[in-house]
Design a protein around this ligand. Structure first.
Ligand code: ADP
Length: 163
């Protein structure tokens, strides 16, 4: 049985992430989406909210499940019994960071392979950071996230406005 881990912050999950998850799920028997705490990124959503959004978004994807982790990625992946780590690649901007991380992870555990996937061309520019920025300025985000996520982002932005 081939197990893959797709790690990320997912703050929030976008249609770009979801496309990578669908593509990844076809490559492995079981795909574990690992949501990191990542306090360094000061997430808009707490861990439970991010997990709930991922859970809802993947409900119809066979073999996909979601787990949180606050550890070294390679340790988490090994613990899950994964042989593959999936990452999405957008443009050149992602490359350097992903290249360096995959290289260091390879040094940490050479048994687990990092595999890069590209989202559908129409979904490639989507980034959680920009979704939040657009929403904070009152722009529409329904082309970038599921309706459930759009509702949650709107509620969060309204809450920020009241503070
Ligand atoms: P991280 O904080 O680990 O970068 P993210 O949630 O931002 O977590 O992203 C998780 C992974 O999904 C990363 O590999 C990122 O490059 C990828 N990704 C995000 N958005 C897209 C997209 N629109 N197309 C392809 N890959 C994407």
């Amino acid at each position: 049985m081939r197990i893959g881990v797709y790690p990320g912050t997912f703050d929030p999950i976008t249609l770009g992430h979801l496309d990578i998850i669908k593509r990844g799920a076809r490559l492995v028997d079981r795909l574990v989406i690992g949501v990191t705490t990542n306090p360094a990124k000061s997430p808009m959503f707490d861990l439970d909210e991010r997990v709930a959004m991922v859970e809802q978004a993947i409900s119809d994807i066979a073999g996909a499940s979601v787990v949180t982790f606050d550890a070294l990625l390679m340790d988490f992946a090994a613990e899950q019994g994964a042989s593959v780590i999936l990452r999405g690649l957008r443009a050149v901007a992602d490359f350097e960071y992903e290249y360096q991380m995959a290289g260091m992870n390879q040094q940490l555990n050479d048994e687990i392979e990092t595999v890069f996937l590209m989202a559908d061309v129409s979904l490639q520019p989507i980034a959680s950071r920009l979704v939040k920025e657009i929403a904070r300025y009152g722009g529409p985000i329904d082309k970038f996230v599921t309706p459930e996520v759009a509702t949650r982002v709107a509620a969060k932005v309204a809450g920020e406005g009241r503070r």
